[in-house]
Ligand binder design. Structure first.
Ligand code: PLP
Length: 394
């Protein structure tokens, strides 16, 4: 590591909030099984339920509507599997509808699950997006059939930040009697969410994107919706997700959510200013660039930019040498050399998609960080472009 270490990859994961570290240290000794009736169990049980209340209150839900799950990925897999797969054996005898509607820009844990369901007899519709990454509500309305079991549309995109009109999408699903799920992993704790106001039936969130621990998330399931577990076993989580509770993870999640409630508003203002400075600075200093995502309906932590003639991977590695951590799209997709499925879906040409990096800001970033990036980035892009066999030689 270099002397400067600037982390601009908060959409991949975030460092633990210091208050979360403190809460974890304190909870570490509460080893009891929350299902046990003795004192050790009751202490752990109380910690779990306290966290459940915190998660519920941030989205206007009831505590019993929150199910703790092992990750955002598990929450998403659970909803799609139980709502969209005809071959899932389910004790609640739901009359299975086997058509899933989602979008082309979802996280891999939605897209891969849907592909898997298709392999098991489900049908799927993948809604396209416009150049800003927004789905078409008309296309959604036209896609719903009497076989549709669930509509699943992400609230905010992890690569370009675009926020969908979730209220309108949920309303369209409900008009046709279809349940609505949203992957809110990137939106939760960054924009205000009220599940009743938005008309959401299922919502997924994950702790490690909001300064909580990895390997823990939560699923909101609206009261009254029949729900059968994906993970069978004991009757933890009111029989909706078996397995001894991850008490420590749950405590950390609860504290992370509590801190979001306290800090979100001020932080959004501060980070928006940082992102605007970064965006303006790039625009002023580097020619032949374009920004990806929606100009206004976007989580303000995310800046996705394409540099003509500079491969995203090269830019990432040169920035890393200067102690600046960014990504080329999503962490789950990096390692593959395919251009981002999200950028391709917005109609960005392949070369432009290859020249893109994502910078995602967080609570510990400062204006000095932005100044440093704006000092290093133009030099790096210039260097890569000078080595390019194609840039400037058309
Ligand atoms: C990170 C992420 C997930 C997956 O959450 P995990 O807890 O890492 O499994 C799902 N959806 C989106 C939009 C994400 O950014």
């Amino acid at each position: 590591m270099t002397e400067r270490n600037i982390y601009l990859d908060h959409n991949a994961t975030t460092p633990l909030h210091p208050e979360v570290v403190k809460s974890l240290t304190e909870a570490m000794i509460a080893f009891g099984n929350p299902s046990s009736m003795h004192g050790f169990g009751r202490i752990a049980h109380a910690l779990v339920e306290e966290a459940r209340e915190k998660v519920a209150s941030l989205i206007g839900a009831l505590p019993e509507e929150i199910i703790f799950v092992g990750s955002g990925s598990e929450g998403n897999n659970t909803v799609l599997s139980i709502m969209g797969c005809p071959s899932m054996s389910c004790s609640c005898e739901r009359k299975h509808r086997s058509h899933i509607i989602t979008s082309v820009i979802e996280h891999p844990c939605i897209l891969e699950t849907t592909h898997c369901m298709e392999g098991h007899g489900s049908q799927a519709t993948y809604l396209g997006v416009d150049r800003y990454g927004k789905i078409s509500l008309d296309e959604l309305r036209d896609s719903i059939t009497d076989q549709t079991g669930v509509v699943s549309i992400m609230m905010a995109n992890n690569e370009i930040g675009t926020i969908q009109d979730i209220r309108a999408a949920a309303e369209i699903a409900h008009e046709k009697g279809v349940s609505f799920h949203t992957d809110a992993v990137q939106a939760f704790g960054k924009i205000p969410i009220d599940v009743h106001d938005l008309g959401i039936d299922f919502l997924t969130m994950s702790a490690h994107k909001i300064y909580g621990p990895k390997g823990i998330g939560a699923l909101y399931v609206k009261r009254g919706i029949p729900f059968c577990p994906l993970i069978h076993g004991g009757h933890q989580e009111r029989g909706r997700r078996a397995g001894t509770e991850n008490t420590l993870g749950i405590v950390g999640l609860g504290k992370a959510v509590e801190m979001r409630a306290l800090e979100m508003d001020d932080e959004v203002t501060r980070i928006t200013a940082l992102r605007n400075a970064l965006k303006q600075g790039i625009e002023d200093r580097i020619p032949d660039i374009s920004f990806n995502g929606h100009p206004t309906d976007s989580i303000t932590t995310t800046l996705n930019v394409s540099f003509a003639g500079a491969e995203g991977e090269s830019t990432l590695l040169y920035l890393d040498l200067e102690g600046i951590a960014v990504s080329t799209g999503s962490a789950c997709a990096s390692g593959s050399l395919d251009p981002s499925h999200v950028l391709m879906a917005t109609g960005v040409p392949v070369e432009q998609a290859h020249g893109s990096i994502r910078m995602s800001l967080g609570r510990e970033n400062t204006m000095e960080d932005i100044d440093y990036v704006l000092e290093k980035l133009p030099v790096i892009i210039n260097k890569i472009r000078e080595m390019s066999t194609v840039y400037g030689r058309k």
